[in-house]
Design a protein around this ligand. Structure first.
Ligand SMILES: Nc1ncnc2c1ncn2[C@@H]1O[C@H](COP(=O)(O)OP(=O)(O)OP(=O)(O)O)[C@@H](O)[C@H]1O
Length: 592
């Protein structure tokens, strides 16, 4: 489908998809209003000419026509305004669901991490209300076209050159289009500044960073940066708005000149006796209406042009979601041999430098694997590749020999589970904050309890006033707030919800827990994992900086500068005397 047809689809056809009945009702009432609005001046002409001829019956007919059409046009106008508002509401709800579905249809994280994609998503979010009113604007434009055509035909019955008057609407239309383009360009140019300013505002005004802000006295610096960015963005948009206003003024000046010329032409024809009194009244009434219609046309076209350009953000998202690989092979039911990385390299999209290079590694089925390395070594990136958030830039990841690139991302995701270091403190009821780890069993209390036990998190829920039903977080009135460690235990419980994951990732999931708790938790967890892994060959990956935990893993993988520099069990790596032994000694000495 061409771009123009797809844009038309967003503006018109989506209205019928989102809300078929409201769209049909709005279309009918809007067009009926347009027809009655332009035809009632014909009754006025009949009235005035009948008056001049002293023809009483024609005058009664003209008056009745005016009365009926006038009353109808007002009634229909009010009904159609209501219909159009209802239509916009329905399309808005439908569109929100569609955007959310499209964003979630993209299996990877690229659109959340690349600045150019973020800008496009942000523009789409900002333009959502405008897009929701697309069908309304399209109907308004259709009504304007019908009225303009009707006015041109009726003016031609008075004196044919007057039919050309609606063409005088072109200069204001073109000027408004230019004005919109100027503002759009300025908006796109300052989008990054606005986003940064928004992030700084969040930092300065939300509870999370408040402690650090006060400790380091960062408030004034953040405010100054925020003000500088906001002012620069405002200056650019105000400049564009002023230039746009000048263009609009010029367009309307040209229209006013054409309008005055048309009035003068009718006056001259009437003075010469070439037009009846009724025709003069009809022409003047139509010219007034034409003025109104042209200004509405210019607005309606301007809005449709803006919305059509906003629709490009939605089309971009549709294309981006469609370009993602979907379908593909199912994930294996169980792992026999394990997951193998073959010469894997990876660079984040939009950045040149690889953060992983030449990674060759086998994670044995049923094993527990610990990833260790210094900050920024590439551990979390490796995890993102294994969970299918990103494909490798080169090299392959094989599940029992089958390329992960050929497996349907959603089906692979359904067989993985994870607790991340930057877990989400879901503000839900406690049971649900855990249950969303396996949506089909969201309210399955037995499954919830088992998951909480596996994560050693049962006590967190038991201490809550209403147990699993306790609302969590400050979003709820009276919601229970938890400590960092308690939130983290619930996140672990969430990761334990899936019964038969093939890959379970625990990416520094215990950073908020004290060392003995982490140690006890992992002993207990790894025992259970080894037992269940016997059935499915599941692999557990643990990212941690604590060697007391790491040493329990079957395989320890040492990552340094994006490369795997060592792999083996604790005793082997210690005997090798490389980076692992060095880091281990360092930490052991710190505890002495
Ligand atoms: N979304 C991203 N876009 C660009 N670069 C990124 C992104 N995420 C991470 N990086 C870079 O990739 C490198 C590896 O980061 P990664 O988070 O994988 O390290 P890590 O070993 O998990 O570190 P830590 O122990 O601090 O969590 C770092 O240099 C980091 O700056």
């Amino acid at each position: 489908m061409t771009k123009a047809r797809r844009t038309f689809r967003v503006l018109v056809a989506d209205g019928f998809r989102a809300a078929p009945r409201p769209m049909a009702a709005a279309a009918l009432t809007t067009l009926a209003t347009a027809l009655t609005q332009i035809t009632y001046p014909v009754g006025i002409r009949t009235m005035v000419d009948a008056l001049a001829r002293r023809d009483v019956s024609a005058e009664i007919a003209g008056t009745a026509t005016v009365a009926v059409l006038f009353t109808l046009s007002w009634t229909l106008m009010i009904v159609s305004a209501g219909r159009l508002t209802a239509l916009t509401d329905e399309v808005s709800v439908w569109l929100s669901a569609r955007i959310a579905a499209l964003v979630n249809a993209v299996p990877g994280l690229e659109h959340f991490e690349r600045p150019d994609y973020l800008t496009e998503l942000e523009r789409l979010e900002k333009r959502r209300p405008m897009l929701a009113s697309g069908p309304r604007q399209a109907l308004t434009l259709a009504s304007v076209v019908v009225r303009t055509a009707g006015i041109a035909v009726l003016l031609a019955t008075v004196y044919w050159p007057l039919a050309l008057l609606p063409l005088a609407g072109l200069p204001p239309y073109l000027a408004d289009k230019r004005s919109v383009a100027l503002r759009e360009r300025a908006d796109a140019a300052v989008a990054e500044k606005r986003r940064l300013a928004g992030e700084l505002f969040e930092l300065a005004a939300t509870a999370g960073p408040a402690k650090e802000l006060r400790t380091y006295g960062l408030g004034p610096e953040l405010r100054a940066r925020h003000d500088r960015l906001s002012a620069a963005a405002r200056r650019a948009t105000v400049r564009a708005a002023s230039a746009g206003a000048l263009w609009s003024a010029l367009g309307w000046f040209l229209y006013a000149a054409a309008f005055s010329g048309a009035i003068a032409l009718i006056a001259v024809r009437a003075a010469r006796g070439d037009a009846s009194a009724g025709q003069v009244v009809l022409a003047v009434s139509l010219l007034r209406r034409a003025q109104l219609t042209v200004s509405q046309a210019s607005n309606a076209i301007g809005q449709v042009v803006t919305t059509a350009s906003a629709a490009q953000s939605l089309l971009w998202l549709e294309d981006h979601a469609a370009a993602q690989r979907s379908g593909g092979a199912p994930a294996p039911d169980r792992l026999e041999n394990g997951i193998t990385l073959e010469d894997v390299a990876f660079a984040y999209p939009g950045t040149g430098a690889p953060v992983l290079r030449g990674v060759n590694l086998t994670l044995p089925a049923g094993g527990t694997v610990a990833l260790i390395g210094e900050n920024g070594a590439g551990k979390s990136t490796l995890v993102k590749l294994l969970t299918g958030m990103y494909p490798p830039t080169s090299g392959r990841i094989l599940l029992d020999g089958a390329d992960l690139a050929d497996v349907d991302p959603a089906r692979w995701r359904a067989r993985t589970s994870a607790a991340f270091q930057d877990f989400v403190p879901w503000h839900l009821r406690a049971g649900r904050a855990v249950g969303i780890g396996d949506l089909p069993r969201l309210d399955d209390e037995d499954a919830l309890r088992t998951a909480l036990d596996r994560a050693a998190a049962a006590s967190v829920v038991d201490e809550l006033p209403a147990g699993l039903d306790t609302p969590l977080g400050k979003s709820f009135h009276g919601g229970a707030d938890l400590s960092g460690g308690q939130w983290q235990k619930l996140a672990l419980g969430r990761a334990m919800m899936r019964d038969r994951p093939l890959l379970l990732v625990l990416d520094e999931p215990t950073a908020s827990l004290d060392a003995p708790t982490e140690d006890a938790l992992f002993r207990r967890y790894l025992d259970a994992a080894r037992r269940t892994a016997a059935g499915s060959g599941a692999i557990t990956i643990l990212v941690s900086h604590r060697f007391s935990t790491v040493r329990m893993a079957d395989l320890i993988v040492v990552v340094d500068g994006g490369r795997v520099v060592q792999a083996g069990d604790h005793a082997t790596l210690l005997a090798e005397g490389g980076l692992y032994a060095e880091l281990f000694e360092l930490q052991a000495r710190a505890y002495l």
